[in-house]
Design a protein around this ligand. Sequence first.
Ligand SMILES: NC(=O)c1ccc[n+]([C@@H]2O[C@H](COP(=O)([O-])OP(=O)(O)OC[C@H]3O[C@@H](n4cnc5c(N)ncnc54)[C@H](O)[C@@H]3O)[C@@H](O)[C@H]2O)c1
Length: 330
Amino acid sequence: MLLISGEIIKEVYTMKEAVEATKKAFQLFSEGSTDVPLRTHLAIQKHNGRVLFMPAYVKDPLDAVGIKIVSVYFDNPSKGLPAIPSVVTLMDATTGMPKAILNGTVLTQIRTGAASGAATDLLARKDAQIGAIFGAGGQAPSQIEAMITVRPLKEVRIFDPIRERATNLIEKIKANTPFNKVKLTATNTPEETVNGADIITTVTTARGPVFNAKDIKKGAHINAVGSYTPDMQELDPLIFGKCGKLFLDSREAVLEESGDLIKPLKEGLLLEDQISGELGELVAGKKVGRESEDEITIFKTVGLAVQDVVVAEDIYKKVTHAGVGLSVDL
Ligand SMILES: NC(=O)c1ccc[n+]([C@@H]2O[C@H](COP(=O)([O-])OP(=O)(O)OC[C@H]3O[C@@H](n4cnc5c(N)ncnc54)[C@H](O)[C@@H]3O)[C@@H](O)[C@H]2O)c1
């Protein structure tokens, strides 16, 4: 069995590869070629945390099975630990034997960035120049990387109510490839952040809208990543009155889990038939994407185990081919 560290994942695997693997994962999911139960949440109230168990079986052509175990511990950053530690275990689908354990924290960052990257590639205007990110936490670097991987942006603006987080993030990444190809700016207000932005990604822990719909320019594409419980929300519900296309990673999971849709549906600010479909249907050509330069498009993702298993399998193949990773006998 192979142990695959975060460093090895970063060495062998690119965001471009992750974006393509993720498109395939969403397509297989929407075609029904996967078995993906809704994730199981365990609340660990005593320690202000929760642990999520996310299994998936991806049938033909991949024949891959695995589980991600991901914890969300909001007090961890103050202890110098990641807020979302995680592992992914892959089993051999033919024998059920464990074949790899991967650093799930790094894998989650890459596959979550890649989900926005896939949606942005499929839905954003080709001439997009300005990106905007809400939230300068653990997921932010891979979200920025995904944006600039699929569109040659000139500038990415970063807004976090704790401004120091945005400035620290910029200091940390600005000299590294691919971030050194783009102007990174820490902004002071949500209005300034979205003003004229072509691609907007929200990746926060917010419980209310992070920008005003009135400030979004025509033709913008929005990836909403942060809200994964009914009380979490990043999108201003008024955006649904302005948007032309609304794609989800999983209709069932988003409607069950995300306040971004649950709240406006309850309030009558969004109707279910405004949902265009799943991103996998768009990948498969079964749904129509952007139809005009002025259309506002939205992708809402809560994250699916199938993304983890497909990306983990892809990484496993690359690691095996490169002969890296630590082989252990259990
Ligand atoms: N959809 C998915 O597949 C997926 C995957 C991983 C994480 N997530 C979710 O994405 C969110 C962010 O993850 P993270 O690891 O970066 O968290 P994090 O705690 O490291 O960072 C979150 C950041 O958001 C900032 N923030 C809070 N309110 C804000 C607002 N109104 N505007 C701008 N910034 C704001 C916080 O100050 C913080 O810096 C979490 O809710 C996480 O659960 C989703």
